[in-house]
Design a protein around this ligand. Structure first.
Ligand code: AHR
Length: 659
């Protein structure tokens, strides 16, 4: 494969232009001379494919939540970062206070004093790598304020561009010595990708300001405290069956104090105590210290999002260990005999998600606006933990959850690697503890992905099922190239073929802001205005929208298709639509001719072919050129008793044929 890829790439250097046209120019395929015989039996229906099978894994990494999906535009809106002015540039006379706060769990607020003789007093906020606003759209500015001196005080609010040119201004008069919430709408007269928010005192006096927040009115479903509509749409278009949240490493935290605590993420947003993000470092900018979790996108919002996406919620909870990579300090492990609060977090979460509105935690859910159960059925305990440190903690969780909630499917982990010592130790332990599913993670090379298309063929069918909870093909440059996507497509044929044991699969990570990322590749890239869906995204989408309901056997020379002549293929049936679905990755540069021998299928049948193809394996989509590569769907008609198809070189094809 690697040789084929290199050959294709070097051929391309001769032929291919630049920029957005790259993928549309292609070299002539090497014609295949042979006809390969594939055999599919439509009448011998195999294992049921989980309706939740293909999903997404969300983590607040790469500005995925704050600065990304969570539509808040003001960074450090409550002045709670370790340096309370991070994100803010104060001018004039501005101090941070904590006396008599409005929100006890976020007690810092800003005090501004303005004497006319002094130059102006106010605050600038830089947003998340700038504040992206669009011409004519409305933005809801809210803040809490009280005057310290007696007279009312007028505040001016501005949006300014990089040249310091003002393009929107509103005024608000603050009256009274009690904390009061104020709201005003900003409507910028032009679109600016990286603007600055500014507030200035216009009249003399002293006042306090707290929780200064700016949201687009057009959030997804126009919700207050809502999510970026374009990013949610990208998720909806993926049709995810399952949604794993709130992350991997951030669940563990750099230490136990900074682990993700779901109870901190519910209730009034103003009083959700912020937490430093474990990814508080950006390799792209070599910048530290401005990545915190506001928890504005908290567990309630995650459950709502799952409902919007029609995806099964799959929360991951801390098991009493912080990140074992980062922290070997035994004091950073919760002793096994002190685990009860952690176990209570798990039991209480199940009640929060599913319990009646009269129960302690169900009541909080109902008060937040959702009396009905979220019907959560999966719960993962621990992320990438390993060794007996993990198993001796996991076991009491399993016992407590089984005793109270026997229907919940509990997910354990097999460690950070796709194989090796931790994996070898943990899998038998997961079987012993009778976990329902085991979360496997693999960030591996193209060679590994292609070589692992048979990974699950020989897995033990009697133990827990598999949740491929984090995976992505990492090429040398770790970009979201077509090369990585095609290897994932080939590998995923093995997930589908083994759908009796592989029940869930989620690519990782999900989101990345182009100006602030810690990790790549990622499924979806975005800036403050736009979104780019990667080739990897389209592979996930092609699987999810063509998931089917039951596996069918597809073979060549009585063997499953897993790399013979660079071809990887699976077949399944969609009982809901009565369609045959065939997915084939051709990872070679030769065109392949395939005769489909489909027992149980005769006569003419209509359908579609969705094709993802490029001859430059480095083809990528960017926010500037988001459509260099995307699947193209065409109508096809096949003769069931005489169907020969031609597989484009370097392609992933999905046929959907009506039976
Ligand atoms: O997906 C990025 C990180 O990779 C996750 O946080 C962690 O679980 C894994 O190591």
């Amino acid at each position: 494969m690697k040789q084929s890829i290199r050959k294709a790439t070097s051929l391309l250097l001769l032929f291919v232009g630049v920029a957005c046209l790259t993928a549309q120019k292609s070299v002539l395929p090497v014609p295949g001379t042979e006809t390969y015989q594939f055999t599919v039996d439509v009448n011998r229906v195999g294992a049921e494919i989980s309706p939740d099978m293909y999903g997404v894994f969300f983590e607040d990494i790469n500005f995925g939540a704050d600065g990304g999906l969570y539509a808040e535009l003001i960074k450090n809106r409550s002045f709670e970062f370790d340096h309370p002015f991070t994100g803010w540039t104060p001018f004039g006379n501005v101090t941070i206070q904590t006396k008599n706060p409005l929100f006890d769990r976020n007690p810092h607020y800003a005090r501004l004093s303005f004497e006319k003789e002094v130059t102006s007093t106010g605050l600038d906020n830089e947003g998340f790598r700038g504040i992206g606003v669009k011409e004519g759209e409305q933005y809801a500015l809210t803040f809490y304020a009280r005057t310290v001196t007696n007279e009312p005080i007028t505040l001016r609010f501005h949006l300014v561009d990089a040249a310091n040119d003002l393009f929107e201004e509103k005024k608000v008069e603050v009256k009274g010595k009690d904390w009061t919430k104020y709201s005003v709408t900003l409507t910028p007269n032009r679109s600016v990708l990286k603007s600055t928010f500014r507030l200035i005192m216009e009249t003399k006096g002293t006042l306090d300001l707290e929780h200064i927040s700016l949201f687009p009115q057009k959030t997804y479903n126009n919700r207050t405290n809502g999510l970026r509509a374009d990013l949610v749409q990208a998720l909806k278009d993926l049709k995810p069956g399952v949604f794993r949240f709130p992350g991997g490493c951030i669940v563990e935290g750099s230490n136990l104090a900074t682990r993700y605590q779901w109870k901190h993420s519910i209730g009034a947003v103003e009083n959700r105590p912020i937490n430093v993000n474990r990814w508080n470092y950006t390799f792209s900018h070599k910048r530290f210290n401005d990545y915190y979790q506001s928890y504005g996108l908290g567990f309630y919002e995650y459950f709502l999002l799952c409902e919007d996406l029609k995806a099964q919620p799959l929360p991951v909870l801390n098991c009493g260990l912080s990140c074992q990579y980062e922290n070997n300090d035994p004091n950073e492990n919760c002793p096994v005999d002190k685990l009860q609060p952690y176990i209570d977090d798990a039991l209480d979460l199940i009640e929060f998600a599913n319990g009646p509105a009269t129960s302690e935690w169900g009541k909080i859910r109902a008060e937040m606006g959702h009396p009905a159960s979220f019907n959560m059925k999966y719960l993962a305990i621990g992320n990438e933990q390993w060794g007996t440190l993990y198993t001796e903690r996991l076991e009491p969780f399993v016992k407590a959850i089984r005793a109270k909630y026997p229907d919940i499917q509990i997910i354990g982990g097999s460690g950070p690697g796709s194989e090796g010592e931790s994996y070898d130790f943990l899998w038998p332990e997961m079987k012993r503890m009778e976990l329902d599913l085991v979360d496997e993670h693999f960030y591996r090379s193209p060679e590994w992905f292609l070589g692992s298309a048979k990974r699950y063929d020989a897995y033990d069918r009697n133990g827990p099922k598999v949740f491929a909870g984090e995976y992505a093909c990492h090429t040398e440059n770790r970009e979201n190239s077509f090369l990585a996507a095609l290897c994932e497509a080939a590998f995923m044929t093995g997930l589908e073929r083994n759908a009796d044991i592989v029940r869930l699969a989620t690519y990782a990570p999900l989101f990345a802001h182009v100006d602030t990322w810690q990790w790549r590749p990622d499924l979806i890239w975005f800036d403050n205005h736009s979104v780019a869906r990667t080739p990897n995204y389209y592979v996930q989408q092609m699987y999810a929208v063509n998931a089917g309901t039951h596996v069918l056997s597809l073979t060549m020379d009585n063997e499953p298709l897993a790399g013979q002549k660079d071809m990887y293929a699976t077949a399944c049936l969609d009982r809901n639509s009565n369609e045959l679905i065939i997915k084939i990755a051709n990872t070679g540069i030769a065109q392949r001719r395939v005769k489909m021998n489909i027992s149980g299928l005769t006569g003419k049948h209509r359908g579609t072919l969705s094709l993802l193809h490029a001859m430059d394996m480095e083809t990528k989509n960017t926010v500037g050129c988001p459509d260099r590569i995307r699947p193209v769907t065409t109508d096809v008609e096949v003769d069931g008793s005489d169907w020969t198809l031609r597989l484009s070189p370097l392609s992933f094809s999905v046929y959907r044929i009506r039976l």
